[in-house]
Every structure is written in C-alpha cells, then in structure tokens.
Design a protein around this ligand. Structure first.
Ligand code: FE2
Length: 230
C-alpha cells in the first residue's frame, strides 16, 4: 500500500482553518503544500507506475462554429474545451479500480478523515460513498472555462462539494486555477506547486490554465473526490 489508509496521516493539517464555505461568496479553499513530502514522493511514483495504463485521453476542441455561426455581435458563448488524461474510479469491477485499490488509493480517498475534513472546511454534512476520479496533466493540458453545474441530476443540481488533491512532480513549472467569485472571474490560485488540497462547493465558473513544464516529463496528478450534500 502506497497511500496511507487515512487522509489525516498524509497531510500536515493547517493549525487554523479558514471560515467555512457555506454562506460565503468565495466557494474555494486552497491548502498549499499540504501533503507530507514522503507521501507525495511515493504517491507520484505509484500513480505513474500503476494508473498510467488506465488513463484515457480526453480532447474536446473549440468548435469554429462558436465564432463563424454567430449572427449578432457580442453574442459569443464558449462550451467547455479540454485536453488531459483521466480515469473514473466508480466501478469496483473495473481493472482501473482494482489497480487503484492495490496502491491504497481507494481506501485513502474514501477514508473517514478525508470526509471529515471536507465537511469541516465546507460547512456541509456530506453523504458517504463519494465519486472518484484521477486526472493527469502533461505540459499543455488544460480545462477551459466551465461551471460543473448538473441541472439534470436531482442530487447535484443544488450544489455539491469537491475535495481535490494535487501532486506535481519536480518538472512542473506552473499551472493556475482561475475562478469566479461574487460575479467576477478574477480569482487565481497557483496549483503548479509540489502538493495541495482544495475544497470547493460547485457549481461556479472556473478554468485550469495550460500546464507549463520545465521539460516533457512534467506531470500534475489530480485526485478528485466528489460528495453529495446531505
Ligand atoms: Fe471543473
């Protein structure tokens, strides 16, 4: 097992927590350099070795029709465009799920202390059994502006809570998360650092800028844990 059984054993908890997200205009909390260095190092090696074969390339291009199909000035809309590699871990019968189990990743991401942290920081009581996803960013990989609103899903349409863990290898130069607060798309966080944990209450507008690497071996691994609000 590479990842500890409990989230609390992987992180250096901040001494003082910020005010909860519930009721605040800022829907995101970012805890920089939270992972213990040995957990980051072993985690990066295990993800690279064990999860790389299961990653699926996701490429969604900007449709030229979004420009040339316009008939009125200033009427532009931009659907989500992205370029990265990902795998979902929501089906225990898949090989990817078993691979994630073999390095302790499933147990780690579904641990009681991780849910507790997400509840404390968000201010919401959360359901058991979160959705799990792994994303790997290489140089140039990005996600364009989007808001993660799911109006067709009854359990998500009033908002949900994401906890995301970033692990960057030493070849990463920079990457930013830009997001909207209180109607202005002017917030930014440097997520291209060795490690970090974010807790957010979606939906709100956000985007991930293209990752800049020092060389082609740069990788940013993102572990996503999505909770339904109770
Ligand atoms: Fe998103």
């Amino acid at each position: 097992m590479t990842f500890p059984n409990e989230f609390r054993d992987a992180v250096r908890m901040p001494r003082e927590l910020p005010k909860p997200i519930r009721g605040d205009t800022d829907r995101l909390r970012w805890f920089a350099r939270t992972l213990r260095p040995e957990v980051r190092k072993a985690g990066l090696a295990a993800l690279e070795r064990t999860m790389t074969p299961y990653l699926r390339a996701v490429r969604t291009r900007v449709d030229p029709e979004t420009i040339h199909g316009m008939t009125a000035n200033y009427s532009e809309t931009l659907p989500k465009s992205l370029h990265n590699n990902t795998v979902m871990l929501n089906n225990a019968r898949t090989a990817a799920y078993r691979a994630a189990q073999s390095i302790g990743l499933v147990e780690f991401l579904t641990s009681g202390s991780l849910k507790e942290f997400a509840e404390t920081v968000s201010g919401f009581s959360l359901e058991q059994g979160p959705g799990l996803q792994v994303i790997c960013y290489k140089p140039g990989d990005y996600v364009g502006p989007h808001n993660d609103h799911h109006p067709e899903e009854a359990h998500l349409r009033d908002g949900y809570v994401d906890l995301q863990i970033t692990l960057c290898n030493d070849h990463v130069e920079r990457q930013y998360l830009l997001y909207e607060r209180d109607g202005f798309f002017n917030q930014q966080v440097n997520i291209g650092i060795p490690s970090g944990v974010s807790v957010s209450m979606l939906p709100f507008w956000h985007q991930v800028t293209p990752m800049v690497g020092k060389n082609e071996n740069a990788r940013r691994w993102l572990l996503l844990v999505s909770f339904v609000i109770r």
